[in-house]
Design a protein around this ligand. Structure first.
Ligand code: ATP
Ligand code: MG
Length: 573
């Protein structure tokens, strides 16, 4: 690209601009080191995907690196299961931290030492107020806070108490270590924030070594600093915490504390969270959905976890493209879920092989087709990708088509199969409806047709047209399988927004899952592998379920519906 014409450069977001400037000016020894810092208290969700793409993406673009760090400062809520799943989901998305996997708990000893140094410098104190009292003393957005009565303890007493806190002499919750800043500052986060609390709990990494745990705010900025992070990228809710993170580092530097071998300090930049319509991205609420069994686990394809999207058939490419398209701004907005679905369609359209499957079958009998005869017809695997080739699909006298594709008494403009009307069977023949069989209740149970042998492959030599093309499977060859169709999990676009007396659970969509126990599939689908994706013609994109499929018995999940491109085709015809 011509460097003299900046207008020809792709537009970059404000974070990439900042990083570019820093690199050009040689800040941070010219390095770009970012990190993704999840708290291992749940599975990653689609919102995290945005942060991951930004953190890992920017590091890669600037030939830097991105660390994965578990912000494991809450032993009661954190589990090994979550740590493993977070690692797995990031790899699935296509990113890797190499050897740079860390835990905030790796730094507990260093953080403790620095806390002691702050006490010695008169910058931290042990406080005996209860959690409720601390809240009362904190003041409000409009009123200043009040000093804790324990604020002026001597350094000696503070050191002694903090040491005994660490040794486990006190029960949970009766004392904290707090930074001594200023209770009258407008930013509430700066009003003598808690640095340590007593928690007698087993930690997934440090076991029972500690019974005082640093707060997230005390651990986070210092962890970044210790790791040599240059750009701490996070969501906007942390903007108001930035002055505190800066205060900790400024104060530590002022009293001569620095991490070994680090000449620079992290700089935090905040971007807007990803919010999606019809979707919740709060781990607490997602955990509640799982615990109370409103869904079948964290990987239920209706959930907003990466696990769930993956099981639903989403590709990492589609999610990455979606995040890229949403962009990085400071502007809070809610993105239409349809944009994520479109990103998936776009990706799968290029690479998912086409197959035929009938979800709600009705029998079609071709009266003039020889009984016992079978033939193999050529079907195109992917019109978007000629290299995908063709496959053989068996055709015989008795077929299944969708119940929807036949009407005995059609309204005007219904162009599919009905008495006297001719349609095309995809890749096969023109057929014309002659009569129907009904059961005792008068319900149509089979449709009789005649076919025109001259239209083999789907085109008439006399150029006569039909107004519809429908899909089908040969009844004797079809493979029956369970297929699951999903709708939105919530029936309001902002499910977290609830009136008094209601909860987000009241917004659950009772029709979010439809199980079709016995769809009829084209025989080749019997051999589908778990996680293999297909387009079922006219029905959408489907994935072979990774959990409940067994060899020879695939179960399919619909990933996303299709915009019916055949409509256009038919208009052209
Ligand atoms: P939750 O509110 O669901 O508990 P969290 O922010 O507490 O999410 P963390 O594990 O602390 O979850 O998040 C790790 C990183 O992911 C943080 O840097 C956070 O800014 C980012 N993140 C979380 N949710 C979103 C979101 N919806 N959009 C973009 N980034 C997000
Ligand atoms: Mg968090």
């Amino acid at each position: 690209m011509d460097s003299k014409t900046p207008s020809s450069l792709p537009s970059v977001d404000f974070i990439r601009e900042i990083v570019t400037t820093d690199v050009q000016q040689g800040r941070n020894e010219g390095k770009v080191i970012t990190r993704f810092p999840p708290e291992p208290n749940g599975y990653l969700h689609i919102g995290h995907a945005k942060a991951i793409c930004i953190d890992f993406g920017i590091a890669a673009e600037f030939a830097g690196r991105c660390h994965l760090r578990m912000d494991d400062t809450n032993p009661e809520k954190e589990e090994m299961e979550y740590i493993k799943s977070i690692q797995d989901d990031i790899h699935w998305l296509g990113y890797d931290w190499g050897t740079h996997f860390y835990n905030a708990s790796d730094y507990f000893e260093q953080l403790y030492e620095w806390a002691v140094a702050l006490i010695k410098a008169g910058k931290a104190f042990v406080c005996d107020l209860t959690a409720d009292q601390i809240t009362q003393y904190r003041g409000t957005l409009t009123a200043p806070g009040k000093d804790s009565p324990f604020r002026n303890r001597s350094v000696q007493e503070n050191l002694d108490l903090f040491d005994r806190m660490r040794k486990g002499e006190f029960p949970d919750g009766i004392r904290t270590l707090r930074a001594k800043i200023d209770m009258s500052l407008p930013n509430i986060n700066m009003r003598d924030p808690v640095m340590y609390r007593i928690v007698h709990a087993t930690h997934p990494h440090t076991g029972d070594k500690w019974c005082v745990y640093p707060t997230y705010d005390w651990a986070h900025g210092q962890s970044d600093w210790i790791e040599g992070i240059t750009h701490s990228l996070c969501t906007l809710e942390f903007e108001i915490h930035r002055p505190l993170y800066d205060w900790y580092i400024d104060t530590l530097i002022a009293i001569g504390c620095r991490p070994a071998g680090i000449s620079y300090r992290p700089r935090q930049n905040e971007f807007a969270r990803l919010n999606l319509t019809y979707t919740l991205t709060s781990k607490r609420k997602l955990a509640q959905l799982v615990k109370e069994k409103h869904v079948n686990g964290w990987d239920d394809p209706r959930m907003s976890t990466l696990r769930a999207f993956r099981r639903r058939g989403y590709t990492p490419e589609a999610i990455r493209n979606f995040v890229k398209e949403v962009g990085v701004t400071k502007f809070e907005s809610v993105i239409d879920f349809g944009r994520l679905e479109n990103a998936l369609r776009e990706d799968l359209n290029k690479r998912a092989p086409r197959r035929m499957a009938v979800l709600r079958p009705i029998k079609v009998i071709i009266d003039n087709y020889p009984e016992g005869q079978t033939e193999e017809l050529d079907a195109v695997n992917n019109p978007e990708d000629p290299s995908a080739g063709v496959r053989k699909v068996p055709f015989s006298r008795v077929l299944y088509i969708e119940q929807d594709d036949f009407m005995e008494n059609p309204p005007p403009k219904y162009f599919r199969l009905s008495p006297g009307i001719e349609v095309r069977l995809r890749y096969a023949y023109f057929v014309k409806c002659a009569s129907v069989d009904k059961d005792a209740a008068g319900k149509v149970v089979a449709v009789h047709c005649t076919y025109d042998p001259a239209t083999r492959g789907g085109d008439a030599p006399d150029k006569r047209k039909v107004k519809a093309t429908i899909h089908w499977v040969s009844a004797q060859h079809a493979h029956p399988a369970e297929v699951r169709l999903y709708d939105r999990l919530f029936n309001t676009s902002n499910p977290g927004d609830v009136p008094e007396g209601k909860t987000f659970l009241d917004n659950l969509n009772p029709k979010s899952l439809e199980v079709i126990p016995s769809a009829q599939l084209e025989p080749s689908l019997k051999a589908a592998n778990a996680d293999e994706r297909f387009q079922f013609e006219r029905l959408g994109y489907f994935v072979c379920d990774t959990v409940e499929s067994t060899p020879g018995n695939p179960v399919f999940n619909r990933s996303v519906t299709l915009k019916d491109t055949w409509v256009k085709e038919q208009k052209k015809a």
